[in-house]
Design a binder for this molecule. Structure first.
Ligand code: PHE
Length: 466
């Protein structure tokens, strides 16, 4: 039996023991639930505002359609081929050291993202609580956000509430319930986002913002536009962190990988663009396009949206529903991170699921608390000039993800081979974009990923200014 047959037999046995998704809908919901989250609603708009608006959007779209597409296909195919989560999937192809390393780096990234992701989730918890108490006007005040995050005690409580919520879902295994709720909440989120975006773009003065966000201006281009857009694309599509490998391992052979990929890609990007249209034009309408607000970074959504809701007159109701849905979207993403970390620890270190999830919980509490304090009583701490939370975000998205993506590409080029991937994808898809997949994975991706990595490091060390 050659290696590939061995793998597929092994994969069938693995599949018998694992649950496969009941059907396409279950799979798409799980992947979309992981993809759509704070990355779309909180992270995308502030990066777009900071890194040049329209030109950022253009670079993002190009990357998503080429690179993003190739990466989703690769990871899903690797997962389905081996029936394993990242460490096991890489080792299924041999015992060489680099395969082990490639698997582990894919597994470690989510463990570093989960803590700080939950801190931002905690910020959303706070806004939900404020709106429930009818404090829409207070939430819209300029100082509200700043004084909240610098109050480490309250921020810590909100963060802990969020992590525990994710933990409880993992322990209780209520994933099916989540799928059922997703079917209602996701469409509602889209409708509310459309209403808010229409409201935002029709405010007086907002048109400048629409232009800034949608029309590329090449003068705003810098290498950091590409670095940021690339990191964001990985982040938003939950790439290069083993999640799609793990989910691919649950996927049935009849499921059309290519079609699913296209749907998830566009759904995810659509939500990000909507969020941009909600937030960026509003910045222009409320502050006249003040550069300081545009570059506000992580706080942008929390400062701008409450103002929009407040001025709508129905601030309490819309704010309430909106932040509740963002919270839900954030939770489904956090759960996918939590799940991948738990699965890796259980599979590789042999602990039970409960113990594994407790380990993930402890690590998250420790690292997350550091991020909370970094905005509060530890605000003097700077790592390469960044606050602790920003540093984790930078380390994972701009430094580690290019490396793990690089290993996925090398695994395909050197070991699995393009024919191997094509065979797997073609079991159920036409694979129309195969030539593009080939060119991107073989010639563009590895080279490009290394450039991204080099410029990220150069910018952290101060050789390039962002
Ligand atoms: N993709 C999620 C989002 O956009 C975040 C996430 C990152 C989820 C990594 C899982 C893994 O919010």
């Amino acid at each position: 039996m050659d290696k590939k047959d061995a793998i597929s037999t092994e994969s069938n046995t693995a599949k018998k023991q694992k649950n496969t998704f009941s059907g396409n809908v279950g799979y798409i919901l799980a992947v979309a639930g992981s993809a759509v989250g704070l990355g779309n609603i909180w992270r995308f708009p502030y990066l777009a505002a900071k890194y040049g608006g329209g030109i950022f959007l253009l670079v993002y779209l190009i990357l998503m359609l080429t690179f993003g597409y190739a990466m989703i296909i690769s990871e899903t195919a690797i997962g389905r081929m081996t029936g394993k989560s990242p460490v096991g999937a890489f080792s299924a192809f041999g015992s060489k050291k680099w395969l082990k390393f490639g698997g582990w780096i894919n597994a470690v990234v989510p463990m570093l993202i989960l803590p700080y992701y939950s801190v931002i989730g905690g910020w959303v918890v706070r806004y939900v609580a404020e709106y429930l108490r009818g404090n829409a006007a207070e939430a819209a005040e300029d100082e509200f956000f700043g004084s909240f995050i610098s109050n480490s005690f309250v921020a810590e409580i909100c963060f802990v509430v969020f992590v525990f919520a994710a933990f409880l879902v993992i322990i209780a295994g209520v994933k099916n319930g989540i799928e059922a709720v997703s079917k209602v909440v996701m469409p509602m989120l889209v409708i509310l986002a459309v209403i808010t975006a229409v409201y935002s773009v029709t405010r007086p003065g907002a048109l400048e913002g629409v232009k800034y966000f949608l029309v590329p201006n090449f003068r705003d281009f810098s290498i950091m536009t590409v670095v940021a857009a690339m990191g964001q694309m990985f982040y938003s599509l939950s790439l290069a962190m083993g999640i799609l490998i793990t989910y691919g391992s649950y996927l049935k052979k009849e499921s059309d990988i290519e079609q699913n990929t296209t749907r998830v890609e566009w759904f995810d990007t659509g939500i990000a663009i909507l969020a941009g249209l909600m937030i960026i034009p509003a910045v222009f309408a409320f502050t006249g396009g003040d550069i300081k607000t545009l570059k506000a970074g992580p706080s942008l959504m929390f400062i701008t949206l409450p103002k929009v809701f407040d001025s709508m007159g129905l601030g309490n109701i819309i704010g309430n529903v909106f932040f509740l849905m963002v919270l839900f979207a954030a939770l489904t993403s956090a759960i996918s991170l939590f799940e991948t970390c738990t699965a890796t620890i259980a599979e590789e270190l042999g602990f039970s699921r409960v113990v594994s999830s407790l380990i993930v919980l402890c690590v998250s509490l420790i690292l997350g608390t550091a991020s909370v304090l970094g905005y509060g009583i530890w605000s003097f701490v700077r790592i390469f000039g960044m606050q602790i939370l920003d540093f984790f975000d930078f380390l994972t998205n701009s430094v580690m993800m290019p490396v793990s993506a690089f290993f996925v590409c090398i695994l395909i080029i050197r070991v699995i081979g393009f024919d191997g991937v094509a065979k797997e994808v073609k079991l159920s898809s036409k694979f129309r974009r195969q030539p593009m997949y080939y060119i991107v994975t073989k010639y563009i991706a590895p080279f490009f990923l290394m450039i991204i990595l080099a410029s990220s490091i150069a910018s952290a060390l101060g050789f390039i200014t962002i």
